[in-house]
Design a binder for this molecule. Structure first.
Ligand code: PGA
Ligand code: ZN
Length: 432
């Protein structure tokens, strides 16, 4: 390969649709001898401190959610500035993109525009080097197949039911391969469908935004109980090979006027919410709790981490927004022991890697995550393997925009052959 092969020759962006029928930014980036494409995902239960997704606001198109301005920012501002550069200079180029925007939260040109270019660049560079993306990102590090956190029952802002917690996940950890773990997740998903239909009727198996069922359940304990029973019915052992996770996404049911949380039809204070988590963890093989309190409550995050952190994972999503300033604050306050990593929360690959490495240094668990609004793009599968995050959260084992990630992991596992290492058993061992 010669240097000139990595020369950035062309960048082209367009508006495409995401899984919620909303427009999103897609970017194509051509080097002299390679190509990369990325489609930007979009969250619904967004952290307040996330980088800003630029939307047109013209209600005549897509009720204001068009991204023509962001597309135009790629085509006429960001793209032209990096033409002719060497695509391997990811850090330097990301810095140029950040400076062109000039704001703290990428509000001017849009984190959607910037991330589109940043990841398309990484893909094009890997393609030019004739390397899969995960290998290009791994550098010298050994790639790891992540433990999937599969969201099979949806609530909160992702569903039309009364469940206050947003995500109820199975973590098929006790397997030697990712392939077996995925099979388990899918079998539990089916067993859960049968149970829900028998108990609540056919409409209980309609699905939420991430492909999990959205039954008319209004108690978080009932939801976890149904999943735990489905695990057994599918022939697996809760706690042995399958453990459970939740994403409370507590911001979405927090009332900041009276500082209470609306859970299962009751208004409870942070102490009662902490008690609820403790009791759920006593009753179920619960090993991961994400965003247990609202995103400014470092204090209660620290309390739950102190109380339960030795046994399970306390994950900061809206708390950290993949931002090193927030992660540093969290590490100082001992506010969690794991970081949820969302590339579009921060807006460039370089800044994502910085957050990952800061958290890794502090011995944090790492969960690479999709968004509730996704596309068929599967880059996060490669990013998770390449950065050796050990865990990935990509929704239910159903719907194309979710399975595209899991299916990509299957291919990577096949390609790695005997050198493939699945993180599940290690996670189990360290959370016993
Ligand atoms: P979001 O949800 O993509 O709607 O923000 C995902 C999450 O909260 O983890
Ligand atoms: Zn979350």
């Amino acid at each position: 390969m010669t240097r000139s092969e990595f020369r950035i020759e062309k960048i082209l962006s367009r508006e495409v649709l995401d899984s919620r029928a909303n427009p999103t930014v897609q970017v194509d980036l051509y080097t002299a001898s390679g190509f990369g494409r990325f489609s930007v995902p979009s969250g619904k239960s967004k952290g307040r401190l996330e980088a800003i997704e630029l939307r047109d606001g013209d209600r005549q198109r897509y009720t204001g959610l068009g991204v023509q301005k962001a597309v135009e920012n790629v085509n006429s501002i960001l793209g032209p500035k990096i033409l002719g550069m060497d695509s391997r200079e990811q850090e330097k180029i990301d810095e140029i993109l950040i400076n062109l925007d000039g704001t703290d939260n990428k509000a001017r040109l849009g984190a959607n525009a910037i991330l589109g270019v940043s990841i398309a660049l990484a893909r094009a560079s890997a393609d030019t080097a004739k390397s899969p993306l995960y290998r290009a990102l791994a550098g010298g590090r050994k790639p790891i197949l992540p433990l999937p956190l599969m969201n099979i029952l949806n609530g909160g802002q992702h569903a039309g039911n009364d469940l206050s917690f947003q995500e109820f996940m199975v973590m098929p950890a006790g397997f030697r391969t990712l392939k077996d773990a995925l099979r388990c997740g899918a079998e539990v998903y089916h067993a859960l469908r049968v149970r829900l239909e028998a108990k609540y009727g056919k409409s209980a198996t309609n699905v939420g935004d991430e492909g999990g069922f959205a039954p008319p359940i209004s108690s978080v304990e009932e939801a976890l109980g149904q999943i735990n029973d489905a695990v057994e019915e599918a022939g697996y052992s809760p706690g042995q090979n399958v453990i459970l996770g939740i994403d409370a996404a507590a911001d979405s049911f927090y009332n900041d006027k009276d500082r209470t949380y609306a859970v299962d039809g009751r208004e409870i204070d942070p102490d009662e919410l902490l008690e609820l988590y403790i009791s759920l963890q006593e009753k179920f093989p619960l090993k991961s709790i994400e965003d247990p309190f609202h995103d400014e409550d470092f204090e209660n995050f620290s309390r739950i981490t102190k109380k339960l952190g030795a046994k399970l994972q306390i994950v900061g999503d809206d708390l950290f927004v993949t931002n090193i300033k927030r992660v540093a604050q969290g590490i100082r306050a001992k506010a969690a022991n794991a970081l949820l990593v969302k590339i579009n929360q921060i807006g460039t690959l370089t800044e994502t890697i910085e957050a990952v490495e800061m958290a890794r240094k502090a011995d944090y668990g790492l969960v690479l995550s999709h968004r509730s609004g996704e596309t068929e793009d599967n880059s996060i599968a490669d990013i998770s393997v390449g950065l050796a995050t050990g865990q990935i959260k990509a929704g239910a084992p159903a719907r194309g925009e979710r399975t595209s990630k899991y299916n990509r992991l299957l291919l990577i596992e096949e390609e790695l052959g005997s050198s493939a290492r699945f993180y599940g058993p290690e996670f189990l061992k360290s959370h016993n």
